[in-house]
Design a protein around this ligand. Sequence first.
Ligand SMILES: [Zn+2]
Length: 451
Amino acid sequence: MKKRLISLIVAVVMLFSMLCPAAYADDETVSFDTCTHEWETPLRSGYSITIPGSDVSFSVKTEQCKKCKWYKHVATIFIAEFTYYSPLNVDANGLVPTELATYWANVWYNNFGKNATATKFTPGRLTSGGGVRPSQGYADDNGTPSVGSNGELLIAVYPSIGTSQDSLQPYPTSFTKYSNYGTLTADGLSIKYTKYTTETHIGNSQIDIWLNYSVVAPVSGFYYIKYGQTYFSHGYYSGYYDVTVSAGSFSTRGEKGSTVTLMKSAHHALNVDMSLPFGGSYTSEIHPIILNVIPDSSPFKKQTNVTINNNTWNGNIYTDNSTNLTYIYPQYTTINEKNETVTNISNNPIIYNNETYQYYTYDSVTNNYYYITYPGQPTPPPPTATPSPSPSPSPSDNDRPVSDRYYRWVITERRGTDDGGYMRFKSLNWNFMIKIKILSRGLRMLVSSLA
Ligand SMILES: [Zn+2]
């Protein structure tokens, strides 16, 4: 009986401690629901969340409403930007309240799958995370996918570069040119202009850079520039400048195998920056231009949901049978300012390679590629021996047997690591789970004692 009484008291105390913050919020003169928010930056304007057993750590930015005092939490996690509203914020000691930590962990697991972990691609890191950059499915090195969320093809057009119309060389190229005051060195897409004088007055140092952007059409269709892009950045001519192409500034029909020329002999003048010291330099960057293509007949199979190894994805999904790649633009939900749940389709795909059983994506926040893995995910088939001298892919984390990987995941999960953020996150999470358990046990006992 004593035990029952104690559990009854515990349950009641727990109930009140859970309900009180809500009651307090309702007492505010302006409630969150009816407030027309005015956001400002609070003293603590951000925190970061680490996903256990992953290289995933994302930062959450917070703003506070002047009127209702609620906080708006915003984080970009690979595929999309997610928003959450709460009366809570990270505290003065940097501790993240359980509600927030739990919310963000759920955003991760709901969007990337149960027990999903992600490993950052690091060049040269062979023992974990895959030493090979997942280039398949990307149009360039900056994470531009080869298929857009609307099913259009995206191709990166790299320019021929030269210092005159007659000296254009196809990408990648390198050359050096001298002026009265300096040396210009082109290497790939970088152009470095170094000052070799102590003069500071403006002298004759002009060197022109010529660019031709054209591409052989991979399919028949309609070729156009869908969005504005900078294709020449940090040039100098009596001041630093960038050059852009705007959305819709180019469009043409292209037949498969024909040459589509989107820019012929564009030239940009460069001078030495005379404010630099002797030997000082600046570097201009040339960028590929991304062309969208509406193909006459789509080479992809479009689906709105697909199940791969027990993971079901909803969204815009395109399978390219010629490359064994599936482009998954996941459907996701986030919260709007009226605290309603809204559903969107991501603009950044998760790519699944049907041959290697690998998922990967590009994170535009950190400009890194990530492999996403799951316990129980099939391992790639053993590589078949080929006599060709082509370099074999580096061994990766995913080459380990499934059981081993799952085991390691469980171990790290249970034992914890020396990672401070992870430990903190986990301990908060456990506190929360323990509270919930006590609460539900108390409630059960309360119900049974009343019965
Ligand atoms: Zn407000």
